[in-house]
Ligand binder design. Structure first.
Ligand code: NDP
Length: 468
C-alpha cells in the first residue's frame, strides 16, 4: 500500500519524501507514505485558513449534519479501517483492539454531532442585555500518537469541526496510514480545506505548532514533547489542549475479593498492551490480600492470548515499535535486578515482531524505574502496602496525574479515597472507562484542558460577551 502524505484543500498530494511504515507483528513493510514536507505543512495551514470563514459561517445544524455524515462514512468503512489499523499498529482485530477502536470513533463522532454551542443570557431586562456567545477559534492543529491513532484523531477533529474550526492533522510517523485513509474518506462529507492532513518527517510538527495562522494545538503524546509543543506555541499565544499520558495508580483495599477483581484489574492495566495513556500502571495492594491478588492476576493472565492481530483469537498484539519494546525490556530487567519477583512473562518473546509477553512483577517498590516511569507496555508492577496513607502518598507522589482507581466492596469509602487521588479521573472498582459525554483530562504533568462532552467542546471556542 502506498498513500499520499498530504491531503490539502481536498486534494491528495504525493510528497517527494518516503516514509516506510512497519507492521510490528512481522517487522515487514505495512505501507509507504509519499511523505509531506514543510512546504505541504504550510500549504495545509493556508488551506485551512482559507476555508475557515466559510465553515464558521455555516449554521450549527449544517455543521452537525456534516459531522453526522462523517460518522456514517466511518461506520461504512470500519472493517477496512480496522484491518489497516491492525496492520500498522499491531493491535488485534477483536477484543479491545481495532474493531473496538473503530466502534468508539463512530460512537464519539455521532455523539459530538449532537452537541450544541448555546448562547447564554446573563441579564435581559430594562437596564441591560448581557449575553455570552461561543465563537470558533480558527485553524486547529491536531498532533496524534501511535497507540490509539484513529480514536485520538477523531477526539481532536470532530469537536473542532462541530464548533466551526478547520483542522490540520499530523499523525505519528509510526502509524500514519489509518489516519490518512480516514481523512481521505471524510472529504466526501466536508468542503475542501476544512480537514487537511500531513504525514512526514519530524520537522513538520514544529512547523505546525509555531505557525502564526494556527489558533490552537491539540496534542496527545509524551510530557517531554508536550513541553516542546507548549514552548513552540508560546510566541504566538496559541490555545492548547495537552493530554500527556500518565502513570495511573490503582489502590486495592483489604476488603476486596481477589478473584472478583482480577479481570477488571487485568484489563485496566493491559488494555492495548498497556499502551494507553489512562491505563493502570502501578498497582498498590494491601498486605493482607497481596499474594491472593497476585495469584488471581497471574491466573487470569494465563488465559489471555498474545499473537498476530489478524488471528481472531488474539486478545493482545505486539508492542507497537522498537523504541517502546526496548523501553519495556529495560524497565523489566531493572525491576528484576532490583528484587522484583516475576509472576509471569519477564523475557522478550523472541522471533519476528515486537512481541513481549504479559509481565506481572510482584514485590515492586518505589525507586524502581518500572514504578516511577510510565512503562507504556505489557508490564505491571504490583506494590505491597500496609497503611492506606502510605499507599495514597505513593500514588500521589509522582508528577503524573491522569487517572487512578480504588478497589473495595465499600463503595462510599472507595469514593472518598478516590477524591484524594491527584488526577483528572478516578474510577471505583474499574480503571479506564471513557465516555463521550464526560470530560477527560489530566492534572500536573499529565497536561491540561479536557476532551469530550460540552466541556470538551468549549475548549474549541472563545467566549464573546456582548453588553447592550
Ligand atoms: P511523542 O510524544 O514524541 O510523539 C507524539 C506525537 O508528537 C507524534 O505525532 C510526533 O511526531 C509528534 N512530535 C514529536 N516531537 C514534536 C515536536 N517537537 N513538535 C510537534 N510534534 C512533535 O511520543 P513517542 O512516540 O516518542 O513516545 C514516547 C513516550 O511517550 C512513550 O514511551 C510513552 O511513554 C509516551 N506516549 C504517551 C501517549 C499518550 O497517549 N499520552 C501516546 C504515545 C506515547 P514526530 O515524531 O514526527 O515529531
Amino acid at each position: 500500500m502506498q498513500l499520499s502524505g498530504a491531503i490539502v484543500d481536498g486534494e491528495q498530494i504525493a510528497g517527494a519524501g518516503k516514509l516506510d511504515v512497519l507492521d510490528p507483528a512481522t517487522g515487514k513493510l505495512a505501507g509507504t507514505v509519499l511523505a509531506a514536507s514543510d512546504a505541504e505543512a504550510m500549504a495545509a495551514v493556508a488551506a485551512a485558513k482559507a476555508a475557515f470563514a466559510g465553515w464558521a459561517a455555516r449554521s450549527q445544524a449544517e455543521r452537525a449534519a456534516a459531522v453526522a455524515r462523517c460518522a456514517d462514512i466511518l461506520e461504512r468503512n470500519s472493517e477496512e479501517l480496522a484491518r489497516l489499523l491492525t496492520r500498522e499498529q499491531g493491535k488485534p482485530l477483536g477484543g479491545m483492539g481495532s474493531r473496538f477502536e473503530l466502534g468508539g470513533t463512530v460512537a464519539w463522532t455521532r455523539y459530538t454531532a449532537g452537541l450544541s454551542l448555546p448562547a447564554e443570557v446573563i441579564q435581559d431586562d430594562a437596564q441591560s442585555h448581557v449575553a455570552i456567545y461561543r465563537k470558533p477559534l480558527g485553524v486547529v492543529v491536531s498532533i496524534t500518537p501511535w497507540n490509539w491513532p484513529v480514536m485520538i484523531a477523531i477526539w481532536h477533529i470532530m469537536p473542532a469541526l462541530q464548533a466551526g474550526n478547520t483542522v490540520v492533522i499530523k499523525p505519528s510517523p509510526l502509524t500514519p496510514l489509518s489516519t490518512l485513509r480516514v481523512v481521505a474518506l471524510l472529504q466526501e462529507a466536508l468542503p475542501p480545506g476544512v480537514l487537511n492532513a500531513v504525514a512526514g518527517p519530524d520537522s513538520i510538527g514544529p512547523v505546525l505548532t509555531s505557525h502564526p495562522d494556527v489558533a490552537k494545538v491539540c496534542f496527545t503524546g509524551s510530557t517531554r514533547t508536550g513541553i516542546k509543543v507548549m514552548s513552540s506555541a508560546a510566541p504566538t499565544v496559541k490555545r492548547l489542549t495537552l493530554e500527556l499520558g500518565g502513570n495511573d495508580a490503582g489502590i486495592v483495599l483489604p476488603d476486596c475479593d481477589p478473584n472478583a477483581i482480577a479481570e477488571g484489574l487485568f484489563w485496566g492495566a493491559l488494555i492495548n498492551n498497556g499502551q494507553t495513556c489512562a491505563a493502570l500502571k502501578r498497582l498498590y495492594v494491601h498486605d493482607s490480600i497481596y499474594e491472593q491478588v497476585c495469584q488471581a492476576l497471574k491466573g487470569f493472565a494465563g488465559g489471555v492470548k498474545t499473537g498476530n492481530g489478524f488471528n481472531e483469537d488474539s486478545l493482545l498484539g505486539p508492542i507497537q515499535n522498537r523504541m517502546q519494546f526496548d523501553k519495556v525490556s529495560r524497565l523489566v530487567e531493572q525491576a528484576k535486578s532490583a528484587g522484583g519477583r516475576v509472576l509471569c512473562g519477564g523475557e522478550a518473546s523472541g522471533g519476528d515482531g515486537y512481541f513481549y509477553p504479559v509481565t506481572l512483577i510482584a514485590d515492586a517498590e518505589k525507586g524502581m524505574a518500572l514504578v516511577d516511569e510510565e512503562q507504556f507496555g505489557p508490564a505491571l508492577p504490583i506494590i505491597r502496602y500496609s497503611k492506606l496513607d502510605d499507599a495514597l502518598e505513593q500514588a500521589n507522589g509522582l508528577d503524573a496525574g491522569l487517572g487512578g482507581s480504588v478497589w473495595s466492596s465499600d463503595i462510599a469509602r472507595a469514593r472518598d479515597i478516590a477524591m484524594q487521588l491527584e488526577c483528572g479521573t478516578a474510577w471505583v472498582n474499574k480503571h479506564g472507562g471513557l465516555r463521550p459525554d464526560t470530560p477527560f483530562g489530566g492534572v500536573k504533568a499529565s497536561g491540561f484542558g479536557v476532551e469530550f462532552g460540552p466541556h470538551g467542546l468549549d475548549e474549541f471556542v472563545s467566549l464573546h460577551v456582548i453588553h447592550d
